[in-house]
Design a protein around this ligand. Structure first.
Ligand code: ZN
Length: 294
């Protein structure tokens, strides 16, 4: 509800907010709707109007500030749009890794993973399946509100070939719903099953999405808890992107493994970032190198 109200406010109250950057005009029609019935004392009434305006302006700015923050969480440096990558290339002095969760939102396990991430003060990246977001929009709102980054993982998660219209339906519909539910306009796409040649990735790249693959596959959908931990640890590297799942089936093993994975990576000195943050780090490192070479 919050995010739906948010998108509504962004559309409707943004002009009010922009006007409010100057001195507040006391008699805007929008404000009349907020104030109560007329009262006999005119001076008190003016004060009430001003109070209501101040409150309304503060509310709009807060809401828009939150929306901007949520959008920013999933914003990518423009140089990566239309590209495909399995990990970031970072200066060796950085040790950063991105945890990613696919196939949600999903009842129970998405909430459990959110709780673990919150306890550990970690922001991650979630790639959503549109039809699950349609079924569980409240879970989606919780993920976005917690500050995690959001990517597109198609509408129906099928391993079939698509023509351009079919790919457009899978990808556009999902991105529209993500924006409608959370206010996030995502430019990250991850193909189901990592399939790169069935028409989806081509469409995504043509439409300026960055195709985000992974460098460390937990195989959490098919392995026991202990071996999925080992899978992540043996493939972890700086700039790496770890693939796990919070939805699409029973993810109890992922929930069980996650605290250990976090503890062990942390012990090895890793900092946890979202995919957009990882790419921002790469961009900054590249700029520093360019400056140093000059
Ligand atoms: Zn998937």
């Amino acid at each position: 509800m919050l995010a739906a109200t948010g998108s509504f406010l962004l559309g409707v109250t943004l002009p009010i907010n922009l006007r409010a950057t100057g001195p507040v005009e006391p008699m805007q029609p929008q404000v009349l709707a907020v104030s109560g019935p007329q009262e006999p004392k005119p001076i008190a009434n003016v004060n009430r109007f001003q109070g209501a305006i101040a409150h309304r302006v503060e509310f709009s700015q807060q809401t828009i500030g939150q929306l901007e923050a949520t959008r920013f969480q999933s914003a990518l440096p423009s140089q990566f749009k239309g590209t495909m990558l399995r990990q970031a290339t970072l200066d060796p002095k950085h040790k950063a890794i991105a945890l990613t969760f696919d196939d949600g939102p999903w009842p129970k396990t998405t909430t459990q993973i959110l709780d673990i991430l919150k306890k550990n003060n970690i922001k991650a990246t979630f790639f959503w399946v549109g039809r699950y977001l349609q079924t569980y929009p409240e879970l989606g709102k919780q993920v976005a509100a917690a500050g995690h980054a959001i990517g597109n993982h198609t509408w129906s998660h099928q391993y079939i070939k698509y023509n351009e219209d079919g790919a457009a339906r899978e990808i556009d519909r999902t991105s529209s719903l993500i924006e409608e539910v959370t206010g996030v306009k995502t430019s990250m796409f991850r193909p189901p099953g990592g399939i790169l040649n069935n028409g989806l990735t081509a469409y995504a790249q043509k439409n300026n999405y960055a195709v985000i693959m992974w460098s460390a596959d937990s195989f959490d959908w098919r392995t026991a808890t202990q071996s999925l931990i080992e899978n992540v640890m043996s493939q972890a590297n700086s700039g790496g992107i770890v693939l796990m799942h919070d939805g699409g089936g029973n993810r109890a093993r992922t929930v069980q493994a996650l605290p250990d994975i976090i503890a062990r990576l942390r012990k090895e000195g890793y900092k946890f970032v979202t995919v957009p943050e990882l790419l921002q780090m790469q961009e900054q490192d590249m700029k520093k190198q360019e400056t140093a070479q000059k």
